[in-house]
Design a protein. Sequence first.
Length: 194
Amino acid sequence: MGSTPQPRRGNTRQRIQDVALELFAEQGYEKTSLREIAEQLDVTKAALYYHFKTKEDILVGIFEDLNRPIEDLIAWGAAQPRTLETKKEILSRYSEALDGAAPLFRFMQENQATVRELSIGMTIKNRVLALVDLITDADAPITDQVRCFSALFTMHAGMFALKDVDGDPEEKRKAVLEVAVELVTRAHDPGSDR
């Protein structure tokens, strides 16, 4: 995946989101104006205002679009038995969802303070906690709880830690997923290895 997000649909609203996210990631959320977004798109500010009144509106729209698969995953996972196979499937699907949301996560990494201040910051935190809950047994010892939390952290950190490492992006994604699965497997059945 290159650094420029690929348009997901051809409509104006989507183009605004794609260009805004690119500018937010390049120069920071605070330093990007609606005027710059409009200029980059070669549209008037009025055309931009028709779709979004504020930068936060744009960001929330991007977030909702890119994170819909994660919402669907949480709902799916909540309806499944808490087996190791289910947990592995949750991690696998989450890995794919993260891959699709890579531009948003790059933005969030570069603009952490801003994200914390915006409404999406708490939503993101709650979604991660919901996923941790789905892969952690309720009566798990604290070390296994840490393993499950670390599995998700590994998936997030792996996106950034490996982005500048040479190699096939899909192989890197699979390597990160493998480590996350090992952590959850060990937590699910502590006597299963070593």
